[in-house]
Every structure is written in structure tokens, then in C-alpha cells.
Design a protein around this ligand. Sequence first.
Ligand code: PLP
Length: 407
Amino acid sequence: MTREDCLAFDATDPLAGHRALFDIPDGVIYLDGNSLGVLPKAVPVRLAAVVVEEWGQGLVRSWNTAGWIDLPARVGSKIAPLIGAQSDEVVACDSTSVNLFKLAAGALTMQPDRRVIVTEPGNFPSDLYILQGLADLMPGLEVRVVPRAQLIEALDETVALLLLTQVHYKTGEIHDMAALTAKAHRVGALTLWDLSHSAGAIPVDLNGSDADFAAGCGYKYLNGGPGAPAFTFVARRHQKAFRSPLTGWMGHAQPFAFDDDYQPAAGMARLLCGTPQVLGMVALDAALAVFADVDMAMIRTKSIALGDLFLRLVTARCADLIPACPLDGEKRGSQVALRHPHGYAIMQALIERGVIGDFRAPDILRFGFTPLYLGYADVWDAVDRLAQVMETEVWRESRYAAVSAVT
Ligand SMILES: *Cc1c(COP(=O)(O)O)cnc(C)c1O
């Protein structure tokens, strides 16, 4: 595979035109869209208009005149088709961590005779920490942390909820959502899927998998910007029975009646808690336009091809970097993980050379592939620079070892 071959792939790539929708810094090959997506060009235009006109001139009237109050539902309905949900099953609100808390606590309330939540070790920290905090609040709650290979056996009649991240944040391994959900349902357990590394990255079919609850990030593959609102899904069949533990006024049936007593709103509005983060919400809303005319199957095909190409070139040129993700593209999310004891320093040296990925302790170099703004020649160039870092051992320079607060 030569660079010319890659340029030929780019020339016939049906998604190549989407790159023009994004603002990518010159000289940067961005392989970290799984951590913070690139800025869509529509976002600053929309944000400026909202700040100057809707906020500056419209002031408080804009809650009605600019439809600010409907943003959680409107943004949710744009995310819904990307995750196999109906538009009235998704709202955008809060952070993924907060949504996991609301959904897990709400699911437990629906299963009063069961007091076990099953999850796996090495799940994203917040997923585990939120469950640990919930266990402190609810005496008798058991958080059963079970290795991946034993998950099925761990599901029994005591289990209230199975919480898993569909695409593992570090290794990119994909869980079989439909099979695990079916197994959970067979013993009467509910399922909560964290889609942080799935939404906008791989085709997700929540309803086709009969999933119960889900949450995920707005700032990764959905490109909503740093700290963008997250999204949350409750299957329509559960919406009547579901109660959020965070009973804020925005989830009330009539927030502007200013009643003393809480009454949950109908549908997904009961998942809301406080005032919507309007600026973050409009940025995410504008960002989602890049998905309007693409289908996830096309994105998936190219994502697998980019990941396969990267792995093939790395294997050929960087013998010391050991793949720590599935080699079979069908079993891998839109990311590749490589292992090296000095992964942190290697990544810093690579970033200095314009290829941005990230590092996940203790030894994983992580590279995200975002087919809407990356091409095949980008992958070739990224591996070329990585191979230079490895061959010259420039990463051994002491300045690359200084660890920043955010990795
Ligand atoms: C990124 C990520 C989160 C982040 O949650 P925040 O509340 O947005 O910080 C949660 N879970 C998983 C699996 C993630 O990958």
C-alpha cells in the first residue's frame, strides 16, 4: 500500500466532500475525534447569531421566540436516527455521567425486588464511579463487576440492571447489544447502554436490540464541542413508569405553574432537571447537520477501512507498537489502540509532529477514525510520522515525559 494508492482511494471516496464542512487546522491530522470532535464550520456561525441576536437582542423573550425551551427535545430528535431510536425517545441534557445516574437510579426504582447491577471491570471510570456512589446512597445495592467473558453467567433473577459501554473506550471492542439485552431480559433484568463511543461512530440499533435505556456523549463523534450536552434514551414502553431521581423543575409536567408539588412531565421531558445549557445545545444542534445526508452504514464501511489500513501500515512499519484492539474491523469501534510501555511520551512526540491522538493509562496509544473528515492519505501520513518517531526514538527526549493534567 503506497501513498499513491491512498490518494486514489480518496479520489473515489463518496464521503470525501464532507471534509469541507469542518474547520481542521493546517498541518494537523486529527485522530482524536473519539475524545473531542473537530469544529464543524456551521457551529461558530450559529453560536455568534445566538449570542448576538437571540441573547443580545431577544433576551428572555428568546426562550419562546427562538425556541430555546424546545432545544433538548429538538436536539434529541436529531440524535435519535443515529442510534436506532424514535424521535420521542431521546432528549439532550446534562452530562453523560449525570444521565447514567438518573437512568440507573430510575431503573432500580422500576425493579423494587432486585438489588444487583451488573457491569464489567475496566468500564469507563465514570460509569463505575456513578454506580459506586449509587450503592452508597442505596444500602443493599450490590454492584457486581464481572469480567466480559462471564457476563452472561452473571445474569440471574437477582439482577435489576445490566450497565455496559457498547464500544470499549480503550480497546474499541464492541459488545453484542442485541444478544446481551436478550439474555438480560430472559432473567427479567433491564439494560442501560453507554453509547459514548458509538453514537456517530458505528450504526446503533437501540430499538432493534430491544434496549431499555441508553446515554452518551455529545462532544465525541457528534462534534458538539467541549462539554457539549449529552443525550439520554428511554424506550417508549418504559417512559410512563420511569421516574428520574433528579426531580428538577424542567422535568415537571407544568414548570411554569410553579406548583409546590412535583409532577413528572409526560414522555422524555421528565428526564430533564434544570434549565437547558442553551449555548452548548445550539452548538450541538448545528454540529449534527453534518449527519443529515449520510447514513451510518457508509460511515461504518469507511471507518473499518481506515482502521484496517492504519493497523496494516503500523504492523509493517512499527514493530514495537502492539495492537490492543480487535484486528477484525467488524468487532472494533471507530478507534485503534496500540500498546507500548512509553506510550505517553510517544504520543507527545507524535502530537508535536501534527498527528493528534491520545493516551490512556497505563500504556495505550489511542487513535480515533472519523470518516467524515479523514481520508486514506491522512492515515498513510499519520503512520509515516509515527514510524519516524519510533525509528529515531525521539520520544526518549525528557520533555515528552512531562504529564499534563488532561491526557
Ligand atoms: C467519554 C465518556 C464518558 C464521559 O462522561 P462525561 O460525563 O461527559 O464526562 C462517560 N462514559 C464513557 C464510556 C465515555 O467514553
